[in-house]
Design a protein. Structure first.
Length: 364
């Protein structure tokens, strides 16, 4: 995907919903005991949340399908993405349609349906064409159907077959800097590929949602912020919505390896707030963030005293788009964040300064 969405796009809430013959949980680790046949018959997750259509807040159903996985993940893969752990080789049309049958009854007329996989919904090897058509038909009453794809699968013959008035396609650009894409994300495509895909989508009258990654590995906190702000300005020319996705440390990834050694710290919530503020000041399109793993050591976080307050402001801003949502936010840890920005710059490093110093050298 997802994203990942990009895939770091999945909300942090561990929501559940009773469907079919069992309780479906968001976290993949929670259903390891299921038989393999059961796991291919049930999607990875399903939940309900709020989103926005044409400026209006509305309810959305989110469905994450189990598939054979992202082709790029099998070849090399993005450094931060671990969503392919939920994939299974050999999952085809029959399995995907069984997942659809076991979940479509949960659709209760939500105006938006978001369909995610661990890769690309438009990849015919991941979602065969007949399965794709039936999935879209199953949610025909929805006003908006959103799904993710890598740019290489966004081609005219595919776009021609989609219900243009309903479709919104999410593209995981991550960064508008080709060097960042190559060295810090290992995305497997360039900015020009994103631009071409976004233009093709818009030429067909469909909408583009762009995912941006906040603080990929090997970037300092300040570098990550500046890159995301620049990327938001760039991608606002090509999309109607921008989702800022702070890196969260997913299992089995290069980012996790760096994190365990102290060579990476997920971004601060203070960084996310500043990015959202600066991005919104520079564009009229909707800019928001629904961070995964937020408030934990693996996700975007400040400290235990202010995490929830800041996250609530981020959530409110996602729908209001009012920068006043961030007024009055403060905590003692903000000075620590500011000090770490200065220290990383002075040391020319992207490591987790706090973990390395282990309180031996005061930063504030």
């Amino acid at each position: 995907m997802l994203e990942g969405p990009s895939d770091n796009t999945r909300p942090s809430e561990d929501r559940t919903v009773q469907i079919g013959h069992g309780l479906l949980r968001k976290a993949v680790k929670q259903d390891r005991s299921l038989e393999e046949t059961d796991r291919t018959a049930m999607p990875e997750a399903l939940w309900k949340e709020d989103d926005v259509i044409d400026g209006q807040r509305t309810r959305a159903m989110v469905l994450i399908l189990r598939t054979s996985g992202c082709w790029w993940s099998k070849k090399r893969g993005c450094l931060m993405c671990g969503y392919n752990l939920a994939s299974r080789e050999g999952i085809g049309t029959e399995n995907i349609l069984e997942q659809l049958q076991n979940t479509v009854g949960e659709y209760q007329g939500e105006e938006m349906v978001k369909i995610y996989t661990s890769g690309s919904f438009l990849d015919p090897k991941e979602i065969p064409l007949d399965a794709r058509d039936q999935i879209i038909s199953a949610f025909a009453p929805a006003k908006r159907i959103l799904f993710e794809s890598r740019p290489e699968f966004v081609v005219p013959e595919v776009l021609d077959s989609l219900p243009k008035e309903k479709v919104e396609i999410a593209l995981g650009l991550e960064s508008s800097n080709d060097d960042v894409l190559r060295k810090c994300v290992r995305k497997g495509f360039l900015v020009s590929d994103y631009v071409q895909a976004a233009q093709a989508i818009r030429d067909q009258g469909m909408r583009v949602r762009t995912y941006l990654l906040l603080k990929p590995p090997f970037m300092s906190e300040r570098q990550g912020m500046l890159d995301t702000i620049a990327s938001a300005k760039f991608s606002s020319q090509h999309s109607q919505t921008i989702s800022v996705n702070p890196v969260n440390v997913q299992a089995g990834t290069e980012v996790e390896r760096l994190w365990k050694k102290g060579n990476y710290r997920p971004p601060w919530l203070w960084s996310l707030v500043e990015v959202l503020k600066e991005a919104k000041r520079s564009t009229e399109v909707r800019v928001f963030s629904s961070p995964s793993g937020a408030g934990t050591s693996r996700g975007v976080h400040n400290c235990e005293h202010c995490d929830q307050e800041v996250l609530q402001a981020v959530k409110r801003f996602a729908f209001s788009q009012d920068l006043k949502e961030f007024d009055g936010l403060d905590c003692a840890c903000r000075k620590e964040w500011e000090a770490q920005l200065r220290t990383q710059d002075a040391m020319m490093t992207s490591v987790d300064i706090e973990r390395y110093l282990e309180n031996e050298l005061p930063l504030v």
